[in-house]
Ligand binder design. Structure first.
Ligand SMILES: [Zn+2]
Length: 113
């Protein structure tokens, strides 16, 4: 039992197998054990604000004014950013912006060009 993955919804460790499915007794979530294994081994797909899949090297524009953490700078809406790099984390885009420098963006605030 201890080698089953925790519930992806509520993180409960008390998941159990029911045929090909895994079941969480705490939130009643059911999911496929195969899909769970795939999701954890594959790189996750990062999408922009309208659902386009983003890739390393893409050019994006910023869709809302974004404050740069720790400074008074603002990345203005419509700012074009070339050659993005996808990374893991809350801010999933690593990039360099003219006049600002290296920073991280959230994919939900950008749109692929
Ligand atoms: Zn659960």
């Amino acid at each position: 039992m201890s080698n089953l993955p925790p519930c992806p919804k509520c993180n409960s460790e008390y998941t159990y197998e029911d045929g090909a499915m895994l079941v969480c007794p705490e939130c009643a979530h059911e999911w496929s054990a195969d899909a769970a294994a795939e999701a954890s081994s594959d790189a996750k797909v990062i999408k922009d604000s309208v659902g386009n899949v983003l890739q390393d090297g893409d050019t994006i524009t910023v869709i809302k004014d974004l404050k740069v953490k720790g400074s008074s700078l603002v990345v203005k809406v419509g700012t074009k950013v070339k050659n993005i790099r996808l990374v893991d984390g809350d801010h999933d885009i690593d990039c360099k912006i003219d006049g600002i420098g290296a920073m991280k963006l959230k994919s939900e605030f950008v749109k692929k060009v």
